[in-house]
Design a protein around this ligand. Structure first.
Ligand code: MN
Length: 242
């Protein structure tokens, strides 16, 4: 059990349930938080589907992705993603890595993922694409080394969502709720863009619209409202129907 305040760990557990209930994470994918009292540490679960994760599954890691306490639990190779982003981005307090089906076409096609609607702008106005082939050649596409993690974190740069060619997506935020919000509405933006393309030419948000909408929607009054509803849905999803 990590030595940390209860509330952030409980929220991290719930965030995994929310991301699963909303279809962002399935058996794979993970979400983490930076230690609220120690910028050089972070928390993420042991290897387990997010919707099943409980408090006892949460492990603490140092900034080089080593477990702070010895553990027999299987740990994610891709914790390297989280460690690298916490190292390069002091403003980031939470990271999510996922393979949401709606996002994957944009990890495969040449078409850029761009904001096309108000809430979708919270994925960030610019979504870079990282290609493991560029620096690492033929791999299994996982990010399993420090060098790969740092390469991805550099590609993320100052942005909030980065696509990983042929693999998935990594999302960052200044809080856990912000990361969850960006991840869910980034996925919905991808769904909307795909559907809109089937109708013909697409009008994207202007850079100014995207920046203004992102700033507006990430205010706590909006993210807290969504969080409350998502938690309720996730709790209902966990209960057998009556
Ligand atoms: Mn992955």
């Amino acid at each position: 059990m990590p030595d940390a305040p209860d509330a952030p760990i409980d929220d991290l557990v719930v965030a995994g349930h929310v991301l699963a209930a909303e279809g962002v994470i399935d058996s794979f994918g993970h979400v983490s938080i930076r230690h609220p009292g120690d910028a050089g540490r972070f928390f993420m679960p042991r290897v387990r589907a997010a919707e099943l994760v409980q408090r006892d599954d949460i492990l603490e890691f140092d900034i080089e992705a080593r477990p702070v306490r010895p553990t027999d639990a299987r740990i994610f190779a891709e914790r390297m993603i989280h460690a690298a982003i916490y190292r390069l981005r002091p403003d980031v307090m939470s990271v999510c890595h996922h393979h949401a089906p709606a996002m994957l076409p944009f990890c495969v096609a040449e078409m850029l993922l761009v904001p096309v609607f108000h809430l979708g702008a919270t994925m960030g106005a610019t979504v870079p694409v990282w290609d493991s082939q560029d620096e690492f050649g033929d791999t299994d596409l996982l990010i399993a080394t420090e060098a790969q993690g740092l390469s991805l974190a550099r590609a993320l740069g100052p942005h909030w969502t980065v696509l990983m060619r042929g693999h998935g997506v990594t999302v960052a935020g200044r809080s856990l709720r912000e990361t969850v919000f960006r991840a869910i509405y980034g996925m919905r933006n991808a769904e909307t863009l795909l559907r809109a393309h089937s109708l013909g030419a697409v009008r994207t948000l202007t850079p100014g619209e995207a920046a203004a909408a992102e700033a507006f929607n990430l205010q706590p009054f909006a993210t807290d409202r969504a969080w409350e509803q998502w938690c309720s849905r996730a709790a209902r999803a966990a209960k057998p129907s009556l």
